[in-house]
Design a protein around this ligand. Sequence first.
Ligand SMILES: CC(C)(COP(=O)(O)OP(=O)(O)OC[C@H]1O[C@@H](n2cnc3c(N)ncnc32)[C@H](O)[C@@H]1OP(=O)(O)O)[C@@H](O)C(=O)NCCC(=O)NCCS
Length: 331
Amino acid sequence: MGECPRAAITGCGMYFPERVLSNADLEKMVETSDEWITTRTGIRERRLAAPGQAASDLAVPASRQALAEAGIAPTDLGAIILATMTPDMLFPSSACFLQGALGATPCAAFDLLAACSGYVYALSMAQALIVSGQARHVLVVASEVLTKFTDYEDRTSCILFGDGAGATVVSAAAPGAPGEVLYTTLGADGANSGSMTLPGGGSRYPAGPESLEQRLHYIKLRGREVFQLAVRKIVEVVNDCVAACGITMADVSLLVPHQMNLRIIQASSERLGIPMDRVFVNIDRYGNTGAATVPIALHEAHTNGRLKRGDLVVLVTFGAGLSWSGAVLRW
Ligand SMILES: CC(C)(COP(=O)(O)OP(=O)(O)OC[C@H]1O[C@@H](n2cnc3c(N)ncnc32)[C@H](O)[C@@H]1OP(=O)(O)O)[C@@H](O)C(=O)NCCC(=O)NCCS
């Protein structure tokens, strides 16, 4: 028997809805200011999906771009994993809608819900499918339409969220191939599940007049609590990634953190000793797009020349669940 194949990212893509929601627009909707939002979060604008535009609609163009770069057809896929917490419907999975739109039948297709940590969770599942020989090519997508679940009467949370999608193709590859996934680590803390929730519309609080009246169909966030937990966990996960790969912080060419708040990113960078010029930031333009921030950042870093062949890239996420994940790639 030959050596197990490794998994490598062979294509990237992203997609955003056209409409921009600026801080000035939010000033007209809630009691806030551009100055407060910029200094407290680093966000200047975010994108807003059109009425009727669902998570799978954003995932389709992002996926086509990733498939084109990987040079494979949708029918070459062995699986589609779509990380989202804002699916088109409770069922069927948005991955199935995506598969139908791409013409990728009959590969496996499923959604993965690990909130903002979902993309790296999905990457890790794709790696497992590839290394175990169950798939040669897996489409790993994250797509969110968080603005559809944002309470525009809650000024603390409504400034944070935006819509967007990022996609990657993960393929079987030889050791040392470009984009190789060297390591992934996943974790969760269900004892702290109350810090970020979207309570309504599920089986706990089914949709109805009561859930509507109590605004349970909107994201509930204990922001200050999440802030502190996030910095601590991001530092822990990056330390884990570096130790597991036998590298140092100085070897990390680019840290790609989940884009939840610029101050969280800066505090993590300082504690890790990875200067901000080696940390990817695009939160100013897109806000927090949930699971999609990391693949969108990867796509941008790849296409704007920020990533070179051989660079060591560390991905790190933190989100509802609570959940977290990390990965090391050799570009
Ligand atoms: C939400 C978040 C930006 C709030 O920033 P913060 O510095 O923690 O702010 P606080 O909640 O402590 O509020 C500080 C003050 O600003 C006020 N404030 C809150 N939102 C405001 C807004 N949009 N505009 C103006 N003032 C605002 C608060 O009412 C509070 O006023 P007070 O001091 O008079 O009570 C920040 O906590 C955060 O980014 N948290 C993590 C984000 C997150 O959980 N993301 C989702 C998961 S990935």
